[in-house]
Design a protein. Structure first.
Length: 283
């Protein structure tokens, strides 16, 4: 065996082990900080319903009291990861209108209220308070498999190919080829997971967009709170009847990518009819 190759391999593994230890320590520190911050901010969280508003109260040292009108909430979101699902815990966020547009042309964030650690029953009760009833998923629209193409090519195939070219020309990089292979496998799994969760469900009263890899979130918007709708299609997707949808609200955008373009246009016409024929205000 080439002693230099063995030495480089051992040094490479030692470096990777050291980096892994540092990453684990940093993750532990970040997790601890996040737990302390969450406990301090949301200690003794209480939510009560008044005639036309919700009252939120929480805080370890100084109580923070917030009064919010349900009709001012533009997007209601709840999310859950694997461990939270096992513990029956749900995180919610209530998004109100943005304040405007920044100098860089980006939307400025409005007031977003976070509600952490509620269970499924409490989530449904909160949804009833905010939306009037528990939203049910209607007809579900799924993306085309071509949703996978660009992320796999630009985030996986291209960087791994560049690394392999360098590795076969630079001997000191060869011990790390397994890292590139691991990255490729994990990346494929994550992108496929994002494809499997990318959904939009529509019924007469609600639009529910589902997405996420680890934290799977559901964003709920009522049709009368839509400010604008954008349906777009790349020229090379016309023959495939694939397009993209963007729902604009006062609290941000909800996007659905690589859907059936004929179905998207039908949805746009349906929502425009609801907005124009309805008598509900968006706030």
């Amino acid at each position: 065996l080439d002693k230099g190759y063995v030495k480089n391999t051992v040094m490479g593994l030692a470096t990777l082990f050291s980096v892994a230890i540092i990453v684990i320590i940093l993750l532990f520190i970040l997790l601890t900080i996040n737990l302390v911050r969450t406990f301090y901010k949301y200690f003794d969280l209480q939510i009560s319903q008044h005639k036309h508003s919700l009252h939120l109260s929480s805080g370890l040292i100084a109580k923070k009291n917030t009064l919010i009108k349900p009709n001012k909430i533009q997007i209601t979101k709840y999310s859950q990861n694997y461990f939270q699902r096992k513990l029956n815990l749900v995180n919610m966020s209530l998004k109100q209108a943005n304040f405007g547009v920044s100098k860089r042309g980006q939307e400025m964030q409005g007031n977003t209220l976070e509600i952490v650690g509620c269970n499924a029953i409490e989530r449904d009760e909160l949804l009833k308070m905010i939306l009037g009833k528990t939203p049910l998923k209607g007809k579900t629209f799924v993306p085309d498999w071509r949703f996978l193409n660009l992320p796999i090519f630009f985030r996986l195939v291209m960087p791994v190919a560049i690394f392999l070219i360098l590795a076969f020309n630079l001997p000191e990089l060869k011990p790390y080829i397994w890292v590139a292979c691991t990255y490729l496998v994990i990346g494929i799994f994550m992108i496929y997971r994002s494809y499997r969760t990318h959904r939009i469900a529509v019924d007469q009263d609600f639009i529910i967009k589902t997405s996420g890899i680890w934290d799977v979130s559901n964003q709920i918007v009522q049709p009368h709170k839509i400010q604008a709708i954008t349906a777009s299609q790349y020229p090379w997707h016309k023959s495939l009847d694939i397009g993209h949808l963007c729902i604009h609200t006062a609290a941000g955008q909800i996007r659905f990518k690589y859907g059936n373009y004929t179905e998207i246009k039908s949805l746009v016409n349906y929502w425009l009819y609801q907005v124009e024929s309805g008598d509900q205000n968006w706030m």
